[in-house]
Design a protein around this ligand. Structure first.
Ligand code: ADP
Ligand code: ZN
Length: 721
C-alpha cells in the first residue's frame, strides 16, 4: 500500500517530512482545497507531488514560467516519476508525445502555464480524464494586490469551476495578509485550510555591514567561498558590469545578468550558473525568478534593496537545500539617499508608499537588535527567543554592550535644544563644537549643548544616534530624516534610567565558510565531497541536466560524512530513493569505496529516522524478531554469516522503526567500556540525542570509538531511557 511516508522514502529518498508537509498532504488527501504559504526552500513542491502519486487520476500543476516547469519535470524524471509539460517551447512532435503520455495515464503530473489550460485542445484532453488535483504554484500571481499580478491567473477560477471534483491547492512563498485573503476568496477556499509555515530560515546567516570600499569588501567576502555558488545583487546595470569586470579581473568565475544584455546571453549566463559551470552571478534584481538552484551558498547585496519584501525574497534564494548559507548586505546612508532621490520623482500615493518601504529597509539595516526580529515582524511573525545565533547581531559578544546613558542624554537634549528640526549629522556637529556654516547660521554655537560631546568621534556619535532611533527614544521622519524626541525619550531625560548600547560600531569577526545553523554533517570529508561533486557534474553533463537534478549538495555532504559502502546503506542517505540508487548508486559507491580504502576510513552507521521504506531490505525485521525470541548475537552472526556490526545495524534499524527490543544484557556484554565510561556515554545521549553519533563522539573528545557508541546507543534505545 502506498502511503505518504513510503513515497517520501522510496521515491524522494527522504526520511522525514519538513514542517507542515505531512499535514498539508493529509488535508489534500481528504480532498479539501488547501492554501500553502511556505518560505522558499520550505518544500512546497513535495506537498502536491506526493498526493499526485497517491491519487489514481491526473494532477495538473499550473506554473508561470517555462524554466520552472522544465526544472521540475527534470527533477521528477530523475526520481523515476513520469511527468510532462505542455507549453510553447515544445516542437509539434514533442507536444503530441506529451499529450499522448497524459492521455494514456502514463504521466501522472502535467505542468502547464495558466493561459494554456483553457485552450480547447487541453480542455478536451482534461475532460476525457479523471482530474484529481489542480495545484496552482506562485499563487500570489492571482492577486492584484500582489507584487506580481498576472491577469491570466484569473482564468483559473473558470478552470476550477469546470472540474469541480478535483481538489485545488494554491502555493506561494510570499503573501501579505491582504494577498492571502484575496487568493482564498478568489478561489473560494475556506479559512480552515490555510497552512503557513514560519518565514524563519534558520540556515541563513544574516549580516549587514557598513559599505566602505564595496569592491574590496566583496572580494574579501568571496575569498571565504571559493568554488561555491552565489549571487551578488546590484542596483544598476552599470554597477553589475563594473563589478563583474572587477571580479573577473581578480580571477573569480563570474557572469553578469541584467535586462540590458541580449536574451541569448542572459540565458547562457543563467544556464552556466545553474549547471555549476560558473560560480557567481552579478545581477540586477531581474535575476532569480525561475531559479531553483538549491546550492546557492551566499547572496550579497552590493547596494541597498528598495524594500524588505524584495530583500527577503532575494536572500531566500540562498540555501534552499537547508545547508548553511551566508547573506551579506553592504549598507550605506548614501545608497538610501540615492533611492530617496528616485522616489522623489514619483507621485503620491506611490511616493509615500515607497518612502515607507525604504524607511523600513533602512531601519532594518541600521538596527541594533537581532536581524530576525524586524525581518519576521514584517511578515507578521514574532521571533521567539532572545538570540538566534545566526545573525551578525547575535554573533556579537554581550561584553560589547556598555553603559551609554551619558552620551544618550547629551544627544537627546541637543536634539531638543536645537528645536527637533534637524538630522543626526547636524546634531553631532553641534555636540562636537563644529564651526561650520550651518551651525553658525542657526546660532547653534550659542546652545548649552554646543561642544559638550568632544569625547566621542563623529562616527561614534552617529552610531549612538542610530541606537537611540532603534530603541524608540528618537523618532526619525523618513523623507529628510529629521530627528524628534519620543515620549519614551522624554521619559528617559527625566528618569535618568540606564541605557545600554555600543559606543563603537562592532568590528566584524573574520569568518570562513557559511555560518547558518549547522547540522552534525557539517564536518564532512571535503576531499571526498569534491570527488563526488566532479562525478555528479560528469553525470549531469552527459544527461543534459543541472547537477542538482542528480543529487543535491546535501546528499553529497551526507555521503562524505557517513561513507556508505553498499547500495543498502546508500538508501539511508538523505535524497537517495530507489530509482536514483539504481541509476547512480554504483557510480558514487565506487568513488566512496575507493576513497575509503586508500584513506583507511570505515563506514559510519546512519540510522534511518523512520523506517518508511518497507520493501528495501526487510532483513532487520527478521533479525530483530529473532533477537527478541532470545537468540544471541553470536547465533545471529553465524546464521546470516555477517559481522557483529551488521547485526547491530539491523537491531538499530529495528528499534528506530519503533519496535521494542528485549533487554540490553546481551548487547552491553559486547561493550569493552567500564560502567563509569558507559554512564558518560548515556549522559551524552541524554543531552545530545541519539540520532547522530558525531556530536556524542566530539563531546567525549573522541575517547569512545564509534563501534562502542553504536553498541551503547542500542542499549540506550533498548532500555528506553
Ligand atoms: P520551495 O518550492 O518551497 O522553495 P522546494 O519544493 O524546491 O521548495 O524544496 C526545497 C528543497 O528541499 C528541495 O531541494 C527539496 O528536494 C528539498 N526537500 C523537500 N522536502 C524535503 C524533505 N521532506 N526532506 C528533505 N528535503 C526536502
Ligand atoms: Zn539574531
Amino acid at each position: 500500500m502506498l502511503t505518504p511516508e513510503s513515497i517520501l522514502k522510496s521515491t524522494f529518498g527522504y526520511d522525514t517530512f519538513k514542517p507542515l508537509q505531512r499535514e498539508i498532504i493529509a488535508n489534500v488527501q481528504a480532498r479539501r482545497d488547501t492554501l500553502v504559504i511556505m518560505a522558499t526552500g520550505g518544500g512546497k513542491s513535495l506537498t502536491y507531488q506526493v498526493p499526485a502519486l497517491l491519487f489514481d487520476g491526473l494532477t495538473v500543476v499550473v506554473s508561470p514560467l517555462i524554466a520552472l516547469m522544465k526544472d521540475q519535470v527534470e527533477q521528477l524524471r530523475a526520481l523515476g516519476v513520469s511527468a510532462v509539460f505542455l507549453n510553447s517551447s515544445l516542437s509539434p512532435d514533442e507536444y503530441q508525445e506529451n499529450m499522448g503520455a497524459v492521455k494514456s495515464g502514463q504521466s501522472k503530473l502535467l505542468y502547464v502555464a495558466p493561459e494554456t489550460l483553457l485552450t480547447p485542445r487541453i480542455y478536451s484532453l482534461l475532460s476525457s480524464l479523471k482530474l484529481d488535483l489542480l495545484a496552482i504554484d506562485e499563487a500570489h500571481c492571482i492577486s492584484e494586490w500582489g507584487h506580481d499580478f498576472r491577469p491570466e491567473y484569473r482564468q483559473l477560477v473558470d478552470v476550477r469551476k469546470k472540474f469541480p471534483s478535483a481538489v485545488c491547492m494554491a502555493l506561494t512563498a510570499t503573501a501579505t495578509p491582504r494577498v492571502r485573503a484575496d487568493i482564498m476568496s478568489t478561489l473560494g477556499f475556506s479559512q480552515a485550510n490555510e497552512f503557513q509555515s514560519s518565514f524563519n530560515r534558520e540556515n541563513l546567516f544574516i549580516e549587514v555591514t557598513p559599505k566602505r570600499e564595496p569592491v574590496a569588501q566583496t572580494i574579501k567576502f568571496l575569498e571565504n567561498y571559493k568554488d561555491q555558488s552565489g549571487i551578488i545583487y546590484c542596483f544598476s546595470r552599470r554597477q553589475v558590469d563594473e563589478l563583474a569586470d572587477a571580479l573577473v579581473h581578480k580571477g573569480f568565475s563570474v557572469r553578469p545578468y541584467h535586462a540590458g544584455l541580449e536574451d541569448s546571453e542572459r540565458r547562457r549566463n543563467q544556464e552556466a550558473f545553474i549547471r555549476d559551470d560558473v560560480q557567481i552571478i552579478v545581477a540586477t534584481i531581474a535575476f532569480g525568478m525561475g531559479i531553483n538552484k538549491p546550492n546557492v551558498r551566499f547572496v550579497v547585496h552590493f547596494d541597498l534593496p528598495k524594500n524588505i519584501e524584495s530583500y527577503y525574497q532575494e536572500i531566500g534564494r540562498a540555501g534552499r537545500d537547508g545547508l548553511p548559507a551566508h547573506c551579506l548586505l553592504l549598507y550605506s546612508y548614501g545608497d538610501a539617499a540615492k533611492i530617496r532621490y528616485f522616489i522623489d520623482q514619483k507621485e503620491d500615493p506611490e511616493r509615500s508608499a515607497a518612502y515607507q518601504h525604504l524607511d523600513a529597509m533602512t531601519r532594518y539595516a541600521e538596527g541594533s537588535v537581532c536581524r530576525r526580529k524586524p525581518l519576521l515582524a514584517y511578515f507578521g511573525e514574532t521571533f521567539v527567543g532572545e538570540n538566534c545565533g545566526t545573525c551578525d547581531k547575535c554573533d556579537m559578544e554581550e561584553s560589547d554592550l556598555t553603559d551609554i546613558t551619558i552620551p544618550a542624554q547629551k544627544f537627546l537634549s541637543c536634539v531638543k535644544r536645537s528645536g527637533e528640526r534637524f538630522g543626526a549629522a547636524h546634531v553631532v556637529d553641534i555636540l562636537l563644537g563644529s564651526k561650520n556654516e550651518k551651525v553658525e547660521k542657526y546660532n547653534h554655537h550659542e546652545l548649552s549643548t554646543y561642544g559638550i560631546g568632544r569625547e566621542l568621534t563623529k562616527s561614534q556619535w552617529m552610531h549612538v544616534s542610530r541606537q537611540l532611533v532603534e530603541r524608540g527614544l528618537l523618532d526619525q521622519e523618513p523623507a529628510y530624516r529629521v530627528l524628534s524626541i519620543t515620549a519614551k525619550g522624554l521619559e528617559l531625560l527625566k528618569s535618568r534610567n540606564q541605557v545600554r548600547g555600543q559606543i563603537n560600531e562592532p568590528q566584524k569577526k573574520e569568518r570562513s565558510g557559511a555560518r547558518g545553523k549547522v547540522s552534525a554533517e557539517s564536518e564532512y570529508d571535503k576531499s571526498l565531497f569534491s570527488l563526488l561533486r566532479n562525478k555528479r557534474k560528469e553525470l549531469a553533463d552527459s544527461a543534459g541536466v543541472p547537477p542538482y537534478v542528480i543529487f543535491s549538495d546535501k546528499t553529497l555532504v551526507e555521503m562524505s560524512s557517513y561513507f556508505p559502502q553498499s547500495r543498502d546503506s546508500l538508501l539511508n542517505i538523505n535524497g537517495v530513493g530507489k530509482v536514483k540508487n539504481e541509476r547512480y548508486g554504483n557510480d558514487f559507491l565506487a568513488i566512496i569505496k575507493d576513497y575509503c580504502r586508500s584513506n583507511g576510513i570505515d563506514e559510519k552507521y546512519k540510522a534511518p529516522i523512520r523506517a518508511a521504506d518497507k520493501d528495501a531490505g526487510r532483513r532487520y525485521v527478521t533479525v530483530g524478531e529473532a533477537y527478541n525470541t532470545g537468540e544471541s548475537i553470536q547465533n545471529l552472526m553465524k546464521r546470516y554469516e555477517v559481522s557483529a556490526d551488521t547485526i547491530l545495524n539491523h537491531l538499530a534499524r529495528f528499534i528506530m522503526a519503533g519496535n521494542p527490543l528485549r533487554s540490553a544484557e546481551d548487547l552491553i556484554a559486547l561493550s569493552n567500556l567500564n560502567p563509569d565510561q558507559q554512564m558518560a556515554v548515556f549522559k551524552a545521549f541524554d543531552i545530545l540525542g541519539s540520532d547522530m553519533l558525531k556530536p556524542v563522539y566530539d563531546k567525549l573528545n573522541g575517547t569512545v570509538n564509534y563501534d562502542e557508541l553504536r553498541i551503547l546507543r542500542l542499549c540506550y534505545l533498548c532500555e528506553g531511557r
